[in-house]
Design a protein around this ligand. Structure first.
Ligand SMILES: [Zn+2]
Length: 292
């Protein structure tokens, strides 16, 4: 593959500092991109305005730089893509796939989606509404380079899904397929917690006429209690004073056996040279058995 054909990305949400679970995703996507001579872009997923902050974004950028994970170009922000999301929504509406929805969360859970036409009456249109899309995912065939065949997951049996939230924000699956298409992303490496959402994303991007990227979902890291490492857990925020240790930990979880005693740049170069998807465990989650 020529380097200009490969575009990878890392897309953290700036709702908190980088944690060990997201560092693992950053290291995996960085090594995959660099080992194939590809570009590695950084996107800040900042749509959820009540939760995100510029301070958290600065912390994330600092952590990536301290760990030698240098991205290409300027960081891209979802906020810059609002008109692209609106255009995609209009495209879906013009094709007749969407409808306004005023259903409660409870109804949606009960019926695996809402009743079609629920928000169609004039009186109901005065209420805040979301926009949903009719879906049929059973025939969408998606292969993952690590997990194998992907399944409908959380969307199993869904007749319709939200594409635009009641609070005026595009849904995650819509925004992510639009973002990746605009950025020309060809390869997506991310945590297996998003594997469940991938069949829906492929269904959406095909309706929008976007090119389908290549997917690889790496295991998420659980703590010793079996809980996924998350931003809510202060203890998992990465310590920028120990980048070599943190990158070693990431590589070991990705099935690599890096030599001790290397400087940070040497360690990353070793990782680029020895990178192989075949080493990555295919389990959806791993316990953090490597001590850091
Ligand atoms: Zn509804």
């Amino acid at each position: 593959m020529h380097s200009q054909d490969y575009v990878g990305r890392f897309a953290p949400t700036n709702s908190g500092a980088l944690h060990l679970g997201s560092l693992l995703v950053a290291v995996a996507s960085f090594l995959d991109a660099r080992s194939r001579g590809g570009r590695w872009l950084l996107r800040i997923d900042d749509l959820d305005t009540p939760r995100v902050s510029k301070e958290a974004e600065r912390d994330i950028l600092t952590s990536l730089e301290r760990h030698g994970l240098h991205w290409d170009g300027k960081p891209i922000h979802q906020q810059e893509h609002i008109h692209h999301y609106q255009r995609a929504l209009k495209n879906l509406a013009d094709q007749g796939h969407t409808f306004p929805c005023t259903c409660s969360r409870k109804d949606i859970d009960r019926y695996a989606g809402c009743v079609q036409g629920c928000g169609a009456s004039k009186a109901k249109k005065q209420e805040p509404y979301s926009i949903r899309m009719r879906v049929s995912l059973v025939d969408t065939d998606v292969r993952d380079e690590i997990q194998g065949q992907l399944h409908e997951g959380v969307c199993s049996g869904a007749k319709n899904v939200a594409v635009w939230r009641r609070d005026g924000i595009p849904s995650y699956p819509l925004s992510v397929v639009v973002d990746d298409s605009i950025m020309g992303v060809s390869h997506i490496i991310r945590g297996s917690d998003l594997a469940d959402n991938t069949v829906l994303q492929v269904f959406l991007l095909e309706k929008l006429g976007f090119k389908r990227p290549w997917y690889a979902h790496i295991p998420v890291v659980n703590d010793r209690n079996g809980e996924k490492l998350s931003k809510r857990d202060e203890a998992t925020t990465i310590d920028n004073r120990h980048p070599i240790q943190n990158v070693m930990w990431s590589m070991q979880l990705l099935g690599m056996d890096p030599p001790q005693g290397l400087a940070l740049e040497e360690l990353l170069d070793w990782g680029i040279e020895h990178w192989s998807l075949e080493n990555i465990p295919s389990e959806p989650s791993l316990s953090s058995v490597v001590s850091i």
